[in-house]
Design a protein around this ligand. Structure first.
Ligand code: HPA
Length: 274
């Protein structure tokens, strides 16, 4: 089957399950999945049941899609993304975004856990992503392109400047401090060395993660407007001198949860007008 046929088959399945055209899709990063529990009248779909879907290779961690209402807005939340470090290509990792666009969703919020490279950041900060550096040595546009899809995608303003402004305004009304900066995505799954983090700082990065970029590139190819938020779960290697652990990343994400959920809910109240 061609990529196009695989996509059509998955969409046929999803269209029977999901109400037409949610206002926004949200990809929930490590430790931020609790937002999906807040959805009212939820329909929960196991990613295992979606034909052709790249399923997580971590046993017991199959992702879910939850569609429902939050603050009166119809939302599709994706919990548990797959990563290139599991052996998937960037194109496969971005497959869920092709599905979201295929469902007619035109707004995407991407979130992730990230290590702070900018020395003014602290674990527990939320960072609005203003731009990215793709350090994955892969690109989701490599491979087959449907005749109607662009091959050479423009990434200027990939993180929608209007969404960035709206989110800053929203955060102010909540008295939530928001950092902003450039996200560099590395392939992982090892955390970076101190020398690598130093290099990313020279390259202009404020935070490092292992996800997000493939999804954003495909979202832009398919003309979705994107808002990106990183949760700074730790300082990147060498910045604070502390050793990194996945447990620390999860703990900090957990402690940011309440602030993150409050911000997302407030964003949603105004998003239909964005
Ligand atoms: N580096 C890369 N990815 C991450 C980090 C980090 O320090 N923290 C959370 N995700």
């Amino acid at each position: 089957m061609s990529d196009h046929q695989l996509l059509a088959e998955s969409l046929d399945y999803l269209k029977q399950k999901i109400p037409p055209k949610p206002a926004v899709a949200i990809i929930l990063g490590s430790g931020l999945g609790a937002l999906a529990d807040e959805l009212q009248q939820p329909t929960i779909i196991s990613c295992n049941d979606i034909p052709n879907y790249p399923v997580s290779t971590v046993p017991g961690h199959a992702g879910v899609w939850v569609s429902g209402k939050l603050e009166g807005v119809s939302v599709l939340a994706m919990r548990g993304r797959v990563h290139t470090y599991e052996g998937y290509s960037a194109s496969q990792v971005a497959f869920p975004v092709r599905l979201m666009a295929g469902l007619g969703i035109s707004r995407l919020i991407v979130t992730n856990a990230a290590g702070g490279v900018n020395k003014t950041f602290q674990p527990g900060d939320l960072m609005l992503i203003t731009d990215h550096i793709n350090f994955m040595f892969d690109n989701p546009l490599i491979g087959e392109t449907a005749p109607a899809d662009q091959r050479f995608v423009d990434l200027h303003g990939a993180y929608d400047p209007k969404y960035i402004e709206q989110t800053k305004r929203t955060a102010k009304t909540l008295n939530t401090q928001l950092k902003e900066g450039v996200l560099l995505t590395a392939r992982g799954p090892a955390y970076e060395t101190a020398a690598e983090v130093n290099m990313t700082r020279f390259l202009g990065a404020d935070a490092v993660t292992m996800s997000t970029v493939p999804e954003v590139i495909i979202a832009r190819q398919l003309k979705m407007r994107v808002l990106g938020i990183s949760c700074i779960t730790n300082m990147a290697t060498g910045i604070s001198g502390q050793k990194l652990s996945h447990a620390e990343v999860q703990q900090t994400a957990d402690s940011i949860k309440t602030r993150f959920i409050a911000l997302m809910k407030k964003i949603l109240t105004s998003i239909p007008n964005w």
